[in-house]
Design a protein around this ligand. Structure first.
Ligand SMILES: N[C@@H](CCC(=O)N[C@@H](CS)C(=O)NCC(=O)O)C(=O)O
Length: 202
């Protein structure tokens, strides 16, 4: 297996954290996005969308999409389970992963896509959309703060893939000028908690 990676990217970080939580090391190849290596013909043959992460299996099979890669790695390395063990746990973690994706990760990503210099000559930016996305992210953070009042982690006490989705979004948020306000004590406590895990440095 080899993981094609972008060290600063929100989606590749999900995969690295999941691997670190499981104590698994696999070969990692950094793709030079500054030099647009992800956009050249050779990489487009690996991922037609030119995005990271990509997991290449030993038989040459290519897996794109961070959540699909994480699910595959969970099946190969089931311990500790980050997608749940029982069917109900799995459904609940899926529910919270999707909620954090739509309410937190998507708006933060949109604020970065439409507001950062990095994407200036890579896509058509709509600055007003970046501003709207920041407001959406603020709403999402207030929502998540309230949800975290009763549990240590997102949707339950134990750490799961839903936490990874949100924590990677907040790391990107720093580059998009989005920070967790001290007025959100539950979210601040949760972020300090997940950031103190050794896997957060992956
Ligand atoms: N839905 C994809 C999104 C992948 C994605 O957007 N990756 C970004 C990094 S976080 C990327 O490769 N950006 C490089 C570019 O767009 O040039 C996933 O979950 O893997």
């Amino acid at each position: 297996m080899i993981l094609y990676d972008l060290k600063s990217g929100m989606h590749p970080r999900r995969v690295r954290i999941l691997l670190a939580e499981k104590g698994v090391e696999i070969p990692i190849k950094q793709v030079d996005v500054m030099a647009k290596e992800n956009d050249d013909a050779a990489f487009r043959r690996i991922n037609s969308l030119g995005k990271l992460p990509v997991l290449e299996l030993d038989d040459g099979t290519i897996l794109c999409e961070s959540m699909a890669i994480c699910r595959y790695l969970e099946s190969v390395y089931p311990t500790p389970p980050l997608f749940g063990s029982t069917e109900l746990e799995k459904a609940k973690i899926d529910m919270w992963s999707r909620r954090t994706e739509y309410e937190i990760a998507r708006p933060i990503l949109d604020a970065f896509l439409h507001g950062s210099d990095f994407y200036k000559d890579r896509m058509q930016q709509v600055p007003g959309y970046a501003e709207w996305a920041k407001r959406r992210a603020a709403d999402g953070m207030a929502w998540l703060d309230a949800e975290l009042a009763g549990t240590r982690h997102i949707g339950r006490d134990e750490y799961s893939m839903a936490d990874i989705v949100a924590q990677c979004a907040f790391v990107l948020g720093k580059a998009a000028g989005i920070r967790i306000s001290e007025d959100l004590p539950n979210l601040s406590r949760w972020f300090a908690d997940v950031s103190s895990r050794p896997s957060a440095r992956a």
